[in-house]
Every structure is written in C-alpha cells, then in structure tokens.
Design a protein around this ligand. Structure first.
Ligand SMILES: [Zn+2]
Length: 342
C-alpha cells in the first residue's frame, strides 16, 4: 500500500525538481500521519522505491539508461578482443573473435544470424568475410540499427616507424571499442528489453584495403546494404559507432551524416546534451567527410549516421592499444547509445 504512494511522491519530486521538495515533504508528512507511519520511515523508503519506478517520465528513463550501460564490461570486451589478436579477415584471431561475438549475442539477443561470403580483392585474391546481425524484438516494425566494424586493419600504414607499415594494428579503439559498445548494449537490452526493435550489426572488412580512392574497404556494410534482412528494411534511424573509446574523447558532427541524415544527427546530439555530455559530443560540424560504414547504408536509403572520434594520433598505427581506451569514454558513449533506445 505504501509503495504506489511513495513512488508517485518520488516521481513528482524528479519531474518538478528541487524547489518542490518542501511541498513534497509536507505531503509526505500528511501521508505518514494518515497511514500512521513514522515520517522518517517513509522518507527513507522513498529513494529505494524510487529506483523501482518505471513510469512514463522521460527523465526517469534517461537516468535509468545511464545506470544500464556497464563500462567495466565494455572494457573487458575490448581486452578480450585484443587477447584474440588482430581481427584481420581469414586469420585465427578473426575466426575466434567472430565466434566469440556470436556466442555472446546468443546469450543476450532474441535472434542472431550471419552473412558469410567470399570477397574478391582488386588484386584478384579472395578473402572470407562475415557479418554478424543480432536482433531484439525481431517482430517489431519500428527498429533502430546500431553498427560497428569488428575487423581490424591489416597494415599500420600510418605508424611513424616505416618498419611497422606491414604489421596489423592492435585495434583497441579502431575496431574493438565499437564492438565492445554494442556487446554491452546487448547485455543491457537482455535485462530490460527495448520498446522498439533493435538491430546490432557487426560488419566485417571495413578497414581492409585503401582509402582515397577507396578500394576493398567498407566491405561488410556494402554487402549488408545489398542484402538487407528484407527488401523493405528501413530502420527509424541508425548509428555507426566507430573509435568511440579514446580516453581523450571528442566527437564533432560528421559532415556527410549531417548532410544526408540531419534529423538523426540532431537526435543523437540532443540526447548527448540532455545527458550532460555536450563537451564530448561537440555541437560543431567537421569540415570534411569521413569514409565509413554509413556511406553504403545511406546510399541504400537507410537513415544511418557516423559517430566517430577521428582526432586520434595513433590512428592506423601500432599505438592503437589498450592504453588509449578508457572506461569513462565507453560509459559516455554507452549512456548516449542506451538513452536513444528508450
Ligand atoms: Zn580504421
């Protein structure tokens, strides 16, 4: 009998803010008297019962979303990928990581499918590729799509030491961070299913070839764009999450995203601001476009933007290791990712 009354009290306090607290206290006092309960007990119970509240207040949901994303788990997922080694298509580290992602998703998502195919490179050489696609509430017509590339670059061709140019990068931020984000989102959705359908797409071969001109890159997203789950598949909106674990996090708006799907950019940056993350999700736009997995998806008519922190001085270098990734950054981006789903 106390619970509904106390929950309403808690929600009222949160909706109206601190200024109504004296009024709320007076109300609680009156209630306590009516219920013949000590006031202190009622006030002590309030925050506890408050936490159980799942009412329609958007701010309540946002606060809850913040608690849902476990950045420590996400960090452990980054470490696990690094332990498998570089995720270069066709290598043992790639095989093990792909199997591990599938196993994790089978424990959390409602449905997990894979796309496996062989890609013929410009050189004529063939490589195996594999997209992994996990769905929550697969029957829901309104859907949100999150994308991360799970492969890592075979060549550290931006490394200051030319001797490293043919070595595969560790890919802690460029690769592992986006995958870790999506896996931790999946954990949270397992605990509290989303209101809309949610699709998590792990694309392969984003970083395989050369950029500018682009040859043998964006392979998994290009394949997905021409092999959609159904021909009419059109999520409400989608986000590519890439390089979002940098300890020095700053994410301006990407120009091609802002041109092609401005309403999605607006939605994501407004949510970040609402959560108090304006200093990380910068309100200004980049003055250049970034080639990433959103390109083929936008070209296929999907409203997908790129959330990327390309201000990273060890990009495509051997220094892209665990020391550059922080749980704090994963928490910030994870909070935004979760809040967008509520
Ligand atoms: Zn890259």
């Amino acid at each position: 009998m106390i619970a509904p009354v106390t929950i309403a009290f808690g929600s009222t306090r949160r909706i109206l803010g601190r200024r109504v607290l004296p009024l709320a206290k007076a109300l609680a006092k009156a209630l306590a008297k009516a219920l013949a309960l000590p006031l202190t007990l009622l006030l002590l119970l309030a925050p506890v019962l408050d936490g159980c509240s799942t009412g329609g207040d958007a701010r309540t949901v946002s606060a809850a979303a913040r608690l849902e994303f476990n950045a420590d788990s996400a960090m452990s997922y980054v470490r696990q990928q690094l332990a498998f080694g570089p995720r270069v298509p066709g290598t043992p580290g790639w095989q093990q990581t792909g199997d591990w992602i599938v196993t994790r998703l089978q424990a959390t998502a409602d449905q997990v499918t894979e796309q496996k195919w062989t890609h013929t490179l410009a050189s004529g050489q063939k490589i195996p590729l594999r997209n992994i696609f996990a769905r929550f509430r697969p029957d829901a017509t309104e859907r949100i799509l999150y994308v991360a590339h799970w492969d890592t670059r075979p060549r550290a061709d931006s490394d200051p030491d030319p001797a490293n140019h043919d070595k595969p990068i560790p890919g802690a931020n460029d690769g592992a961070s986006g995958v870790a984000l999506l896996l931790a989102v999946a954990d949270a959705l397992k605990k509290a299913p989303p209101s809309a359908g949610v699709d998590l797409l792990f694309v392969d071969g984003e970083d395989y070839g050369t950029f500018g001109p682009d040859v043998d890159v964006l392979l998994g997203s290009t394949y997905f764009a021409s092999h959609l789950p159904t021909p009419e598949y059109r999520p409400l909106f989608g986000v590519v999450w890439d390089m979002i674990g940098d300890a020095d996090l700053n994410i301006p708006q990407e120009m091609y995203s802002a041109q092609k799907a401005p309403e999605v950019v607006q939605r994501v940056w407004a949510k970040a601001k609402e959560l108090g993350y304006e200093e990380y999700f910068l309100p200004d736009m980049r003055t250049y476009t970034i080639t990433d997995d959103h390109y083929p998806l936008l070209a296929a008519g999907l409203r997908v933007i790129d959330v990327i922190d390309l201000d990273y001085n060890v990009h495509h270098a051997m220094g892209d290791d665990i020391s550059r990734v922080s749980a704090r950054s994963l928490q910030i981006v994870g909070d935004v990712a979760m809040a967008l789903l509520r």
